[in-house]
Write a protein that binds this ligand. Structure first.
Ligand SMILES: *Cc1c(COP(=O)(O)O)cnc(C)c1O
Length: 415
């Protein structure tokens, strides 16, 4: 059963057949997958979804594949955690963490997009998959590509965190570290994609890849008992995840799973790489490319491909955008860890810190039910915490040495 009608240019509306292409030949606008929603509405219901295995393919009619999924069979359906201690700490009523730090094989939300991209690459008949990555995509393509039996070429900026390089190379892809930033890597990859018949998941497969991000939105709604929250805060690199979370809500409305969507979408960036939030705050649609300089490397895209569309989604929903300093990011990582026991990577720190700022500025209401998209695991960027954590107590292996420390700890706690 096919639910995909084809590809369509987001700018001029020209339609294309389903092929590994990503830009409109006439106006160079990006292509997007379009579906037959009337047909999906007949095929899909809450009850049907609920009976399926707990992975991201439970929404497969709304994903751009023709046959059965062949990658990411144990990705998705990550926990939606209702916070108690964090909500109390911030003085808010109903706060949830969509926790993509766990339950995915490669511990970030990129498992979602790669599951869809690799399934589609197989349908197209590719034997080699590739990507330009800020780290998490490298990890996900390396791992899922190994399992699916693809040749893999992974391109990263040479300055990437050591832990992310190791997390990719262990799966033995061809890992190419480029002397340049992500935007340089991406430009090189576009050239390579023109010359070699490889499935670059975030270039020529991008229209399909990006659809995988919708599953985060679908899951939030399902896990809230088939309701959309008042607010969702989403971190932005290229801006794709944010646009797709918004698309997910609207699709659920289109097929009758949600009655209406009044959710406001908020975008978060690091101040050291904030081309989208800066445009929002300046009240312009023009996104000025910048050179990234932030510890939030997974979000460090200076020239965001979907920045314009992310801005539109934020505005259409009535949300806002904000950005936060590296210091605020580290503080937020620590707050989330000590209140909820969740260890997020820098991108997660960006999201929580942005939420705190938006609350303070009165841009998100304290009474709103809010979901924070925490998109990657802290072990991947642990080095940013060097010298930034609480003290580790050093003692001799005897009781008196321990009790000396215990006295200090009690004093510190004021007991
Ligand atoms: C890739 C990524 C994002 C968002 O990326 P988009 O390009 O905006 O879709 C968010 N968080 C993490 C941890 C990521 O790796």
């Amino acid at each position: 059963m096919k639910y995909v009608k084809g590809l369509k240019c987001r700018e001029c509306g020209r339609e294309y057949p389903v092929e590994p292409i990503y830009v409109c030949e006439f106006c160079f606008g990006p292509l997007e997958v379009i579906y037959d929603y009337a047909k999906i509405k007949k095929a899909l219901s809450r009850r049907i979804i609920e009976k399926r295995p707990k992975n991201l393919w439970r929404y497969k009619e709304l994903l751009p594949i023709d046959g059965e999924p062949s990658a990411g069979l144990n990705s998705g359906f990550t926990p939606l955690v209702k916070t108690e201690r964090l909500a109390k700490y911030l003085g808010v009523k109903e706060l949830y963490i969509k926790d993509d730090t766990v339950a995915h094989p490669t511990l970030s939300f990129k498992d979602r997009v790669v599951a869809v991209a690799l399934t589609k690459a197989k349908e197209f008949g590719f034997d080699t998959v590739a990507c330009a990555s800020t780290g998490n995509l490298a990890h996900a393509v390396s791992a899922h590509g190994a399992k699916a039996g693809f040749n893999r070429f992974i391109f990263i900026p040479a300055t990437l965190e050591q832990s992310k390089i190791l997390a990719s190379i262990v799966y033995e892809p061809n890992l190419v570290a480029v002397d340049g930033n992500y935007d340089d890597v991406n430009r090189l990859c576009s050239e390579i994609a023109n010359k070699y018949r490889w499935a670059f998941v975030n270039i020529n497969i991008r229209p399909f890849y990006a659809e995988g991000s919708k599953t985060m939105g679908f899951e939030i709604v399902e896990q809230l008992g088939w309701e959309a929250p008042d607010s969702i805060v989403v971190p932005c690199a290229s801006g794709s995840l944010l646009t797709k979370v918004w698309k997910a809500l609207k699709e659920f409305q289109q097929i009758g799973i949600l009655k209406e969507v009044e959710t406001k979408i908020y975008g978060s960036q690091a101040t050291g790489c904030s081309p989208i939030s800066t445009a929002f705050k300046n009240g312009t649609d023009v996104i000025r490319p910048i050179k990234p300089n932030t510890i939030a490397k997974s979000l460090a895209i200076g020239n965001p491909a979907d920045g314009f569309y992310a801005l539109q989604a934020v505005k259409e929903s009535g949300g806002a955008m904000e950005d936060v300093s590296d210091e605020e990011i580290i503080d937020a990582i620590k707050i989330l860890a000590r209140t909820e026991g969740i260890f997020a990577e820098t991108a997660g720190g960006v999201t929580l810190a942005t939420y705190i700022k938006l609350l303070k500025d009165g841009k998100i209401d304290k009474r709103d039910s809010t979901v924070l998209c925490i998109t990657g695991n802290g072990l991947k960027t642990a080095e940013v915490l060097n010298g930034q954590t609480a003290e580790v107590y050093q003692i001799k292996p005897n009781l008196s040495s321990f009790e000396e420390i215990l006295k200090r700890i009690r004093q510190k706690e004021g007991k």
